[in-house]
Design a protein around this ligand. Structure first.
Ligand code: CP
Ligand code: NVA
Length: 305
């Protein structure tokens, strides 16, 4: 079994991961050792930069009694053109599971097709499932539940937005996205999702409309990794698609502000809001560690169930 997108998980599977992550967090805070992955090795192949995903997965593996090996795409033979299908089969002979961070989602799908060990998506151009699972865990911690929550997304219709859309569709909370025209999640992606049910998702280019009465305000960078050349053009297109004090005022009293990080202060979020009392970004980053332990346990101890 793999974890490539949120949509491939059932609601009860996500709920199981979320409650297990909370239990593992509590255990960790109490200093109770837990080593179910002794003798297991996690491989990480990253073709893009990372701080949180890499360090939280490696640390999760060490805490659970296993080992982790990090390989940067450019330092491996992948960077010299060795086919994904060959790398996947070779790595399967060494490690017990693998985290991939890459560009096109089809690359990780190809990897998963040829891998005989679980493949975990550590971010592709169109999905970031582990981050959004950590985000939903953070919503539950701060708000008690995701049920009935009004979640607002401001900014790019990118990998994070897509994974939030899938989470809303599977878990059934309300999601309103404000993205500039031309930067909405793809039609094809939304059509596929609609075919699977009728999620409560609104997409607009009106930031105020999306933020009104929200319990959760969420954003991400205007230019993602791999879009560096578009950064200047995007700065113009995204002007105003920002979480700031004015937007915060439109949301519900006690709303939380989330950002997967890294943040660009003064672009998608202002310094005062990011550092202010509504921001939960550091807990959100910490929760990557706990949710990933739950994912690793599920894939490596529970035999994929
Ligand atoms: N949020 C996130 O995935 O951060 P990194 O790029 O540092 O892994
Ligand atoms: N959308 C961002 C997320 C970084 C964690 C990117 O893909 O660069």
């Amino acid at each position: 079994m793999n974890l490539l997108t949120i949509a491939e998980l059932a609601k009860d599977e996500i709920d199981g991961l979320l409650s297990r992550a909370a239990a593992l967090k509590e255990r960790h805070k109490k200093g109770i050792p837990h080593h179910p992955l002794r003798g297991k090795t996690l491989g990480l192949i990253f073709e893009k930069s990372s701080t949180r995903t890499r360090v939280s997965f490696e640390t999760a593996m060490y805490h659970l009694g296993g080992d982790a090996i990090f390989i940067s795409g450019k330092d491996s033979q992948i960077g010299r053109g060795e086919p994904i299908k060959d790398t996947a089969r070779v790595m399967s002979r060494y490690v017990d599971a693998i985290v991939i961070r890459t560009f096109g989602h089809e690359i990780i799908e190809e990897y998963a097709k040829y891998s005989s060990v679980p493949v975990i998506n550590g971010l592709t151009d169109t999905h970031h499932p582990c981050q959004v699972l950590a985000d939903v865990m953070t919503v539950i911690e701060k708000k008690g539940t995701y049920n009935g929550m009004k979640v607002c997304w401001i900014g790019d219709g990118n990998n994070m937005a897509n994974s939030w859309i899938e989470a809303a569709a599977v878990l059934g909370f309300e999601l309103k996205l404000a993205c500039p025209k031309g930067y909405w999640p793809s039609k094809e992606f939304l059509e596929k999702l609609k075919a699977a049910g009728d999620p409560e998702i609104l997409i607009t280019d009106n930031v105020e409309e999306a933020a009104a009465d929200a319990d959760v305000l969420n954003t991400d960078v205007w230019a993602s990794m791999g879009q560096e050349e578009e950064a200047e053009k995007r700065k113009k297109a995204f002007a105003g698609f920002q979480i700031n004090k004015k937007i915060l005022k439109l949301s519900k009293k006690g709303a939380i502000v989330m950002h997967c990080l890294p943040a660009h202060r003064g672009e998608e979020i202002t310094e005062d809001v990011l550092e202010g009392p509504h921001s939960v970004v550091w807990d959100e980053a910490e929760n990557r560690l706990h949710i990933q332990k739950a994912i690793l346990e599920r894939l490596l101890v529970d035999g994929g169930r």
